[in-house]
Design a protein around this ligand. Sequence first.
Ligand code: PGA
Length: 264
Amino acid sequence: MVPKKWYMGTNTKMYKTIAQTNSFISRLQDVTNDIDRSSFELFVIPSYTTLDSANKCRDKNLVKLGAQNMGWEEQGQFTGEISPLMLSEVGCDLVMIGHSERRHVFMETDEMENKKVKCALAHGFNVLLCIGETEQEKDFGQSDEVLYRQLQLGLLGVSEEDASRVWVAYEPVWAIGVNGKPVEVSYAEEKMTAIRNCLINCFNEGGKEIPIFYGGSVNSENAVPLSRCKDIDGLFIGRSAWDADSFNAIIRDVLEDRKKRSLA
Ligand code: PGA
């Protein structure tokens, strides 16, 4: 059996300047240069203003570049938004849609995420759709319903063919960021299996191939245990990945463990 591709990526949120992003990406490329990219994908999602120079400094064979958000029209009266044409111009491969902070700090709805997903796919990007339940939803036993709703509405109208360019990140809202509580691996595993089943429901066989990542307080301690979950294809990391050497150490630990389990 050919091992499935493994993904590792980071969203640098509103943290790195142009110079900091360039030096982060350059260092990350240097230290991960020897890792075979045929079964491993590395991606970085920095701020809009860094994308042009990040694209020029990156090696496309080593690092995929993503945007943290996108407007759903090519142009128009949408002050403060960035269009798919603008993201193509600066060389993005990937657009992240529906990150928890977009949904909960900036009040984006599933309907808005769906417009962005369809627009990004129509413009040839890979889409990283982020989903996750709040702590209250979890406590009320609503997690699966919330995840199904975010997937079914977020991906409404996406064809089976276009779904091959969709990636999904499962990020429980209560596990994200400085105040996040680390997830129980068994809980994360259960939710990723629920996500896989929902994707199969939506896209038949194609749903089996959509990469699912876990994100939310991933660190050097829990990365390997999380990477052993049944329906996981990668890890999506914030804080613990923002130093290239620390990120590289996590990548190596996970890939080494996968090799031992004959998955890489
Ligand atoms: P964190 O962020 O790893 O710092 O919790 C994850 C995310 O927001 O994607």
